[in-house]
Design a protein around this ligand. Structure first.
Ligand SMILES: [Zn+2]
Length: 483
């Protein structure tokens, strides 16, 4: 059994979350390091999780949005048309300068840091009339941003997978509606599928996506008190339409610039999923996202093994409406298998030994809290469904309670620093809107403003003053350390 020990997680999440995270990623078979620093190999089990996110999100948008694919290589002149894109991504772009027998290329090609420019160009060619609007395209693709430091699988990688939705609209109002609709869908994706509660809001002016008039975000609080930006949705105004000549003709044959928007969610969501629910035994997956909901483990004792096998197969049939795996490998001990599936976060284990066969029962073991119960096999699918629903809800509730306990209000710089230093989580303060006040916090405790609430969801008192400088408050800021 000493072997099992080595295969399992050897550090506690509370004591060293960074090392814990690395071990879970590797030992739960989610991803591996690649030869190029900052890149990762997403292993089949990790990819299955991404595929579930993909399937769910495609279902959410399919009525309105078509999927397409755009090239990996983007001519430098395209990026240069939108100066904010060039400036925003300048140090992070990887370039192809030499290729094949051509040798040095006449024009450098960027490995896409985002497809804004190439899709804007496409829109300019395909949008003619107001009848073409709203115009919506989504692509699932890989992206490269040459992050210099501190890369971590899923959380911060130079190459990652994402979806990027790009839309064009008649007016500001329609673009804003789109931005909020997709942000709400991201919130649902995290809350319903991954059991992770989110806060929705805007990024401060100075932290917007390059070229955006508004960047909105969903933020998740992780158990170490740091926030993760889990999905973003941007209103790009007419910036891209001006640069790429995206115009439509209205009912009177008059030409107008379109308002564009873009929205994305990436494999970073898997990093949030790992951090959010995992424990000292490894990954913990909410049933809705888990590639396997139930693992059935026959406990062979050398006697009546055939009967146990047959009974296990019957249980599998009973549960064929779930994503179920039968682990009937006779070469591995039950203990080994229990650890194996716990490490991979499978929400529910069903154990079947001689007693279960004799009593027409099964033993259920929950991954989230270790609770063990015995159930009769009749109507097993209904009972299992209830348990899975309860696991999904409990995981969400636990994080939501934690999140709600970690939103603290502060009225002075001292209080902000004190809360970030001691309790972590979010510190909610009145703020004048100036970057300089955020910088003071950033320099002292490495926390920044991760979001400001939407106008309709906030109340600023008439006499309200910025917690940092004492000037008139214009916004409410949520400060936090972040990933
Ligand atoms: Zn201030």
């Amino acid at each position: 059994m000493s072997n099992n020990q080595e295969l399992g997680i050897t550090v506690s999440k509370d004591k060293n979350i960074s090392e814990w995270y690395t071990q879970v990623v590797k030992k739960a078979d989610l991803a591996d390091y690649a030869p190029v620093k900052g890149c990762m190999i997403i292993k089949p089990y990790g990819m299955k999780i991404w595929e579930r996110i993909k399937t769910k999100f495609n279902q959410m948008i399919e009525e309105e949005v078509d999927n397409a694919y755009f090239p990996l290589l983007i001519p430098e002149s395209y990026l240069e048309k939108e100066k904010d894109i060039v400036e925003g991504f300048d140090p992070e772009v990887a370039w192809v300068e030499n290729a094949g027998k051509d040798g040095e290329l006449e024009e450098r090609l960027a490995i896409r840091p985002t497809s804004e420019s190439i899709i804007a160009d496409y829109m300019s060619k395909h949008i003619r009339s107001y009848r073409d609007l709203p115009f919506r395209i989504n692509q699932w693709a890989n992206i490269m941003r040459w992050e210099a430091t501190d890369t971590r699988p899923f959380l911060r990688t130079r190459e990652f997978l994402w979806q990027e939705g790009h839309t064009a609209h008649r007016d500001e109002e329609s673009a804003t509606e789109e931005v909020i609709k997709r942000l709400e869908q991201y919130a649902d994706l995290f809350q319903d599928l991954m059991a992770i509660p989110v806060l929705k809001g805007k990024k401060p002016e100075h932290d917007k996506f390059p070229g955006a008039t508004i960047t909105t975000t969903v933020e998740c609080l992780m158990p170490d008190g740091k926030s993760i930006q889990a999905g973003t949705s941007h209103n790009l105004g007419t910036n891209f339409s001006e640069a790429f000549d995206i115009k439509y003709e209205d009912e009177n044959q008059e030409k107008h610039l379109c308002h564009t928007a873009s929205w994305g969610v990436s494999t970073r969501s898997i990093g949030a999923l790992i951090l959010a629910h995992g424990d000292d035994k490894g990954l913990v997956l909410p049933p809705n996202i888990s590639p396997i909901e139930i693992v059935v483990v026959p406990v062979f004792v050398g006697d009546n093994d055939e009967e146990i096998q047959e009974y296990s197969e019957k249980v599998m049939e009973e549960l064929d409406c779930f994503r179920t795996e039968l682990d009937d490998d006779k070469n591995r001990s039950p203990g080994f298998k229990f650890n194996h599936w716990e490490l991979r976060g499978v929400p529910l284990r069903i154990e079947i030994g001689p007693n279960e066969v004799e009593n027409k029962e099964v033993t259920l073991v929950r991954r989230d809290n270790g609770e063990k119960t015995t159930e009769k096999v009749s109507n097993l699918d209904d009972k299992v469904e209830d348990v899975l629903e309860d696991i999904q809800y409990s995981l969400y509730k636990k994080l939501k309670d934690y999140r709600d306990e970690h939103i603290n209000e502060a009225e002075s710089l001292e209080e902000i620093l004190g809360i970030i230093g001691k309790k972590r989580g979010y510190v909610k303060s009145l703020w004048c809107g100036r970057e300089g006040c955020e910088r003071e916090v950033k320099e002292k405790v490495h926390a920044e403003i991760v979001l400001t609430p939407f106008d309709e969801e906030r109340e600023i008192p008439d006499e309200g003053k910025c917690a940092v400088c004492g000037e008139k408050a214009e916004e409410i800021a949520y400060f936090a350390k972040n990933y």
